[in-house]
Design a protein around this ligand. Structure first.
Ligand SMILES: [Zn+2]
Length: 152
């Protein structure tokens, strides 16, 4: 027995949706964002097992699976480990193109955070260069309270 759907070509529609949402960052994420908002300080958590310092902080070490209970203040300077310059404007980007994203390994942290690079000529960006956080004048408790990183 054939079904009428067997004779219908399957069509795929490609579209985009914009979905606003709220996300609770929890106690760990809140403490991280409040320190940036109120004191322009960047904090992470250290694993008691392997000593790794996570920024952004995590509650549990991804290597040792033990709670990271110690808070550690890290520097607002670091090393640009990698970057990309975006020349394509897209409404979901935080800024108009051209803009640059960098992976920044903050001094005192292990691993790197992804953030914007600004106040510089993107053609002069080099991996390994020192960068410094530039904090927003008005801070509201978001990762955008770090406006971007710029060459130090
Ligand atoms: Zn660990």
């Amino acid at each position: 027995m054939t079904d009428w759907k067997d004779k219908v070509e399957n069509m795929v529609y490609s579209g985009r949706i914009k979905v606003p949402y709220l996300w609770n960052v929890g106690k760990t994420g809140s403490r991280f964002l409040i320190a940036i908002r109120d004191n322009k300080e960047i904090w992470g958590t250290r694993c008691p097992g392997c000593g790794r310092v996570y920024v952004p902080p995590v509650k549990t070490c991804g290597e040792c699976f033990v709670p990271t209970t110690e808070w550690v203040k890290v520097s607002d300077t670091g090393v640009l480990e990698s970057f990309t310059v975006v020349h394509y404007s897209y409404e979901m980007q935080p800024r108009k193109a051209p803009l640059a994203y960098g992976l920044i390994k903050l001094d005192g942290a292990d691993g790197a955070i992804l953030h914007l690079i600004g106040d510089t000529d993107f053609a002069k960006l080099k991996t390994g260069m020192k960068v410094k956080a530039v904090f927003a004048e008005e801070r509201v408790g978001s990762i955008a309270d770090i406006k971007h990183f710029t060459p130090a």
